[in-house]
Design a protein around this ligand. Sequence first.
Ligand code: AMP
Length: 382
Amino acid sequence: MTVFPLPPNATIGLVGGGQLGRMSALAAARLGYRCHILTRETDSPAAQVSHGVTISDYTDPVSLRAFAAQVDVISFEFENVSAAGLELLASLKPVRPSPDVLRISQDRIAEKSFLNGAGVATAPWVAVGSLAELRDGVASLGLPAVLKTTRLGYDGKGQAMLRDPADLEPAWERLAPKPLVLEGFVDFAREISVIVARGADGAMSCFDTVENRHRNHILDLTLAPAPVAPAIDQAAQATARRVAEAIGLVGLLAVEMFVDRDGRVPVNEIAPRPHNSGHWTIDACPVSQFEMHIRAIAGLPMPPVTRHSDAVMKNLVGPEETALWPRILATPGLIPHLYGKDAAYPGRKMGHVTRLFPKGGLPGDFGIDAALGFLATPRTQD
Ligand code: AMP
């Protein structure tokens, strides 16, 4: 029987072997815990820094039972794990956040229904199960609109922008599995996110609202704090708290939002785990998102989140940015993080770099470019 708070040397099971698991395992080690990773990969970033690993798919009951037998509490670091597998694990050991939370976040229809039911605004949306329903949806939401798969979408995969009536049929044919979700286009000024941690006793603490900038649909930069008006910041934080409470979170939840032209903050999606837009917290906060995750699932006290510096986080994506590694190491002020992945495929997140600024001293865009130097994102004309 698992006793909370978990004592030192207890073992935390993490489902998923990527960089989020790696950084969670590093935070857990600092608190005196061991991590055991369940992953399909033979040489995963998380297993490289953990006490143990079970290599299996996420559905094999024999492997799941063997994994559960070796750990005291279980969490997950990515959402594409089977909810049924997680439910089997939950029958054996505490799973935090619960499989119900995962189930909601795995399916855009369940997610949006849940959010709207909790009084949280999203872009207007309809579920579409046929081309005729797609045409009806476009008639009511208008163009442009965004058509998305309900599952397994990340980094812009599994979605199509609809600008013209002629776009409907090819997009409907291309995207699978059905049904799909049609969303009204949000003409956003910025994309922001808030990461909220919630303990089993309901105590919550939010990291600062940050701005996220994407390149080729992949997160490129996070600016902490987001350069937004206080009212927007407060609305974003209140939204994150509301979602965490309504979903009964124990753990960490990232809430991605748009800031629209009227200053509203509709939610785009939620992720019940550490998030790429929180990597800056390792270097700019006394307690990082990863430590808050571990504290929440281990039943440890949840300190209020504070930030001692402003920060910009730059992802290192694919072979070109990874090739800059020697220059990054040789540049004072750039704080390097590499994930231990063997091959740098195009689009693959290989590491990140944090640049700190005095609190309150985050510069504007040109200042950020100057501070990132050779890592600054080239400005395009589009
Ligand atoms: P997602 O896969 O839902 O995270 O979407 C990836 C990116 O597509 C977002 O970060 C936005 O830049 C853009 N996007 C998604 N949905 C919408 C929308 N309804 N309106 C405008 N842009 C969107």
